[in-house]
Structure formats: structure tokens, C-alpha cells
Design a binder for this molecule. Structure first.
Ligand code: CMC
Length: 429
């Protein structure tokens, strides 16, 4: 037992519980024996005070606005590295050597094509389907195409499934986009790096050459780095919970994509851009800020606030810089949405309500404007988030499967329904 303990006194009986310490961050009280010892559960809807697992992948200090992957600050990774290097880091725990990087990039590149039958699978969808709906189905369907990497007890198959998803999710995302706009699918091109290949699959057409803009490719790569992992958020916890039953990794990632779709999570960048468009002009900002502060109005400023960050989201700072770089490269001057965004940020950050509740812009606040300028429609924003987060989900899923103490996830409840009662035949009701 660890030296530190916590205790709970219930009905006059006191039980001691071990306290575990991580390498950094808050201690946790190990309550796993609480029910056996007291007959009581803990109650924490939304998991605001509950650590659901041990993990060595990502660390967030929300009060200080710190995000570390395997110990490395997000700003250093985004500034100096590329997305596949971050993928390697998340999966293997260390930054790759030059030879390891070359080998990893090569292995990912060799898995970018999807089974040709997948193209037929897409034809079943309506053209106006939301691409996230298509992604949930297409990624789940990978399990039907790659049976040889669904045995989760085999480390080799786990790694192949991981590589396949990092490589194929962008291909499926680009196909989902092409399908909605009625253009032919563009096959992956192995001579291009990961992000340039993705841009090519999205924007190339057979009738003319598509020239990759390196500034845009670098910006998108950085957006992917910023979204690669974020410890035990809703979609990652969904992936872990789905995986805890032994479900195959493709099904687990599809579950993560479904969760990410919600506007309180990955759908926020789409919602933030819609909100900026709705505000439209700087003079209307006070009206929207007033609505956000009104307790009787469900409206919230999208792109503001975070469950964990009670300081400026460190990703938002990099995103803001990337946004300016992209707009400058594309020669977008006087972008009205950017003007609204900057002014909204200024007003909100000096407003007592937002200061008191520690509501700062999050990563989604500037990503929508950036992606729009690059030519992506709003419906694709969350899809791009899913492309980037796939590696985080996989790294977390692998860590869980490889933990010898892993159990099926099975929360308990506080039951508030009817107590036991007898069935009454319909004639007597
Ligand atoms: N606008 C106005 N008020 C807000 C906002 C907002 N965006 N966010 C939180 N509040 C208020 C909320 O009304 C509550 O007030 P009170 O204490 O008076 O009831 C207080 O702040 C705490 O809010 P909460 O809902 O209890 O906090 P939470 O940790 O459960 O929610 C959140 C976090 C991200 C869901 C929420 O801030 C939100 O809905 N933000 C807008 C959506 C958004 O931008 N989401 C993207 C998150 S970052 C991307 C990702 O990691 O997925």
C-alpha cells in the first residue's frame, strides 16, 4: 500500500483507501475496494473528479494551460515536428530517430489505399449525407475488409490495425468529401507526405493538376498535431470503453468518431464558425455575449470554455498564429469572420462573467476560420478532427489492451426509478 491514504467514514465505519501518485498531476484516491468495504458507490456524473485509468501518453494541466505528449510540450511539437512524428511519439513513447521516422513514414504510406470495394460501399449513401455519418459507417466497415487485423490478442495484428487506421482514415475522409460534392475519388499518392497527400485527395481533380501549397500543407499538418490526442476526453473514453469489452479496433474507433461528432466536443469548430457567421459584424457581438450570459438562454459562445482548461487553451494560441499565416498566404484581407473572432475574444476576455468562470477560447475558436480559408466546407471540420485524433484513440486503446490489469469498463449507478412492484395485467390497468 502507498504511504498516503484517504479515508471515508460512512455510518460510523471508517475505511482507509490508498492514495496513488502519478509522475506529475493530482494524486488519486483508489476507491476500487470502496463498495466491497462499505456497500456504497461514489457518484460523479460527467467524471469531473474521477480518473478512469492510468495513462502515460498525454498530460494536461488545465489551470496552467499545459499540454504534454509523452512529456513534450505541444507548442514544441507543433513548431518543430510533423504529424507523423507525433503519431510515432504517441504510439511508441519516444521521438523517433531519423531511421525510425523514415521506416514509420514508409509503413504508414504503404497502407493509405483502401480496398476497392469500399468505393462501392460509399455509393449507398445519399450525396447530402453529413460526412461524419459516412465516417462512422466507413471506419466501422473497415473491420469487414481487414479481418486479418482484428485479433486484439495478437500484438502484430494490433500494430497492423493501428497503421491501417492512421493511413486509411484520411483516405476515407477525403472520399467522404469527394462523395458529397459529386467528384471522383482521388487515389492516395505515395510520393507525397501525409498531409500533402490528404490535401491532394481532397482537392485534386482528374482534369487538371493540383499544386500543393506548402504553407497550407504545413498549417494543416500543425492542425493535425494540435488535435492528435487530449487524454481522457469523451471520445477517447468512448474508445476505451468500447475496447474494454474486446471489440475490434476498427469498431472502437468508429465509436470514437460517433462521440466526437457532438457539438460539445469535436463538433464545436463547425458550431463556432456558424456562430461567427451568425454574429456577422462586430457591432452585434454585445448582443451575443449578453445571450451567452443569460441563464435562461441555452446559447453558449462556441469555441469558449473547456472542461479541463481553466486558462488559455495552449492549442488555441498556436491555432491563432496558424490562422493568421494561412490568411496571409491566401491573401485574405479583411476577413469579416476573423474580425468578429478577434473582437469577440477581446470582449469576452475582459468580461466579468467569462473571467469569473475562467472561460477562454479553446482550440476550435480559430480552427474553423483557418479550415474555411483552406477551402474545406464546415461539414468537414469535425472529420479533419477525427483524422488527427485517430492516432490518439489508437495509442490510448493499445495502452489499455496492453495493460495486464485491464478489465471491462462497467460504471455503476444511483437508481432513482420505481422500487420492485408486481405486474398488472392490461385488463386491470
Ligand atoms: N458560453 C457561455 N457560458 C459558458 C460556456 C460558453 N461557451 N461554457 C461554459 N459556460 C458556463 C456554464 O453556463 C456554466 O455556468 P454556471 O456555473 O453559471 O451554470 C459554467 O460556465 C460551467 O460550465 P459547464 O457546462 O459546467 O462546464 P463543462 O466543463 O461541463 O463544459 C464545455 C465544458 C466545453 C462543454 C463548455 O464550456 C461548452 O459547452 N463550450 C462551448 C462548446 C465548445 O467550444 N466545445 C469545445 C471544447 S474544446 C474541443 C474538444 O476538446 O473537444
Amino acid at each position: 500500500m502507498s504511504a498516503k491514504t484517504g479515508s471515508v467514514t460512512l455510518g460510523g465505519k471508517t475505511v482507509e483507501m490508498p492514495v496513488k501518485s502519478g509522475s506529475i498531476g493530482p494524486d488519486v484516491i483508489d476507491i476500487s475496494k470502496l463498495y466491497a468495504q462499505t456497500g456504497a458507490f461514489t457518484f460523479d456524473p460527467g467524471f469531473t473528479s474521477t480518473a478512469s485509468c492510468e495513462s502515460g501518453i498525454t498530460y494536461i494541466d488545465g489551470d496552467e494551460g499545459v499540454l504534454l505528449h509523452r512529456g513534450f510540450p505541444i507548442d514544441q511539437l507543433a513548431e518543430h515536428g510533423d504529424f507523423l512524428e507525433t503519431c510515432y511519439l504517441l504510439l511508441y513513447g519516444e521521438l523517433p530517430t531519423a531511421a525510425q521516422k523514415q521506416d514509420f513514414d514508409y509503413r504508414v504510406t504503404r497502407h493509405t489505399m483502401v480496398h476497392e470495394q469500399m468505393a462501392r460501399f460509399f455509393q449507398g449513401f445519399r450525396r447530402d449525407a453529413h460526412p461524419m455519418a459516412v465516417m462512422v459507417a466507413a471506419v466501422g466497415a473497415l473491420a469487414a475488409f481487414y479481418h486479418d487485423s482484428t485479433d486484439i490478442s495478437d500484438p502484430q495484428q494490433r500494430m497492423i490495425a493501428s497503421m491501417r487506421m492512421i493511413a486509411k482514415v484520411p483516405t476515407l475522409a477525403a472520399m467522404a468529401y469527394k462523395y458529397t460534392i459529386g467528384q471522383p475519388f482521388v487515389y492516395p499518392k505515395n510520393s507525397l507526405d501525409y498531409t500533402a497527400n490528404f490535401l491532394n485527395m481532397c482537392f485534386a481533380v482528374p482534369c487538371e493538376d493540383y499544386k500543393i501549397n506548402p504553407v497550407l500543407a504545413r498549417a494543416l499538418d500543425r492542425i493535425f498535431i494540435l488535435h492528435a490526442d487530449h487524454e481522457q476526453n469523451a471520445s477517447t473514453s468512448t474508445v476505451r470503453l468500447a475496447g474494454s469489452s474486446g471489440a475490434n479496433p476498427f469498431a472502437c474507433i468508429a465509436a470514437g468518431i460517433a462521440c466526437l461528432w457532438g457539438p460539445a466536443h469535436g463538433g464545436a469548430n463547425e458550431a463556432a464558425l456558424k456562430m461567427l457567421s451568425e454574429i456577422g459584424t462586430v457591432d452585434r457581438i454585445p448582443e451575443f455575449v449578453k445571450k451567452a450570459k443569460d441563464k435562461n438562454d441555452p446559447f453558449r459562445l462556441m469555441g469558449f470554455g473547456h472542461r479541463v482548461y481553466k486558462n488559455y487553451d495552449p492549442r488555441a494560441k498556436i491555432m491563432q498564429k496558424t490562422c493568421h499565416e494561412v490568411l496571409a498566404e491566401l491573401g485574405v484581407k479583411d476577413e469579416p469572420l476573423l474580425e468578429v473572432a478577434i473582437e469577440l475574444e477581446r470582449i469576452a476576455l475582459s468580461d466579468e462573467y467569462f473571467i469569473e468562470k475562467k472561460l477562454y477560447p479553446n482550440v476550435d475558436f480559430y480552427s474553423g476560420i483557418t479550415l474555411k480559408a483552406m477551402g474545406f466546407p464546415t461539414s468537414m471540420f469535425t472529420v479533419l478532427f477525427a483524422v488527427a485524433r485517430t492516432v490518439g484513440w489508437i495509442a490510448q486503446w493499445k495502452e489499455m489492451i496492453e495493460d495486464p490489469t485491464q478489465k471491462i469498463g462497467r460504471p455503476r449507478q444511483l437508481y432513482t426509478g420505481a422500487p420492485k412492484r408486481d405486474y398488472v395485467p392490461v385488463s386491470k390497468r
